[in-house]
Design a protein around this ligand. Structure first.
Ligand SMILES: Nc1ncnc2c1ncn2[C@@H]1O[C@H](COP(=O)(O)OP(=O)(O)OP(=O)(O)O)[C@@H](O)[C@H]1O
Length: 117
C-alpha cells in the first residue's frame, strides 16, 4: 500500500516535470546549459566541492523556473483578465528566476575562469 502510494507520487512528480520540460522554453534552455556546464566541468576536472556548488546552483535555477511556471498557471487559473496583482505575482516570480540565474552566472565565472586562464 505504502509502496504503491510512493509509486503514484513519483509518477505524478514525473508527469509534472515532463509538462515543464515540454511546455516551457526556458526550462529547455536551462537543461541544455546544465548539460554544457557539466561537460565543461568534466573536461576541466573541477573539484568535488566545485561539483557540489555547480550542481546545487543548476538545481536552484531549474527548481525556481518550475515554481515560476506554477505561479503563472495559478495566476492564469485565478484570472485571465488584466489585474495589477497578477502582474506583480508573475513579475516577482520571474524576478526570483533572474536572481538565481545571475547567481549561477557568477558561480560559473568564479568556478571555471581559474581553469581557463
Ligand atoms: N493577468 C495578468 N494581469 C496583468 N499582467 C499580466 C497578466 N498575465 C501576465 N501579465 C504580465 O505579462 C508578463 C508575462 O506573463 P506570461 O504569463 O505571459 O509569462 P510568460 O511570458 O509566459 O513567462 P515565461 O516566458 O517565464 O513562461 C507577466 O510578468 C506580467 O507582467
Amino acid at each position: 500500500m505504502k509502496n504503491s502510494s510512493f509509486r503514484k507520487s513519483f509518477y505524478i512528480a514525473c508527469k509534472g516535470l515532463k509538462y515543464a520540460i515540454v511546455t516551457e522554453r526556458n526550462i529547455k534552455i536551462h537543461l541544455i546549459m546544465a548539460v554544457l556546464v557539466s561537460l565543461l566541468g568534466w573536461y576541466l576536472g573541477i573539484s568535488n566541492l566545485e561539483w557540489l556548488i555547480v550542481i546545487l546552483t543548476i538545481t536552484l535555477v531549474i527548481v525556481l523556473e518550475i515554481v515560476n511556471t506554477v505561479v503563472e498557471n495559478i495566476v492564469d487559473l485565478i484570472t485571465l483578465e488584466y489585474h495589477p496583482l497578477a502582474a506583480i505575482a508573475k513579475d516577482l516570480s520571474a524576478g526570483a528566476v533572474l536572481v538565481a540565474a545571475l547567481g549561477a552566472a557568477i558561480v560559473g565565472a568564479v568556478t571555471f575562469l581559474k581553469y581557463l586562464t
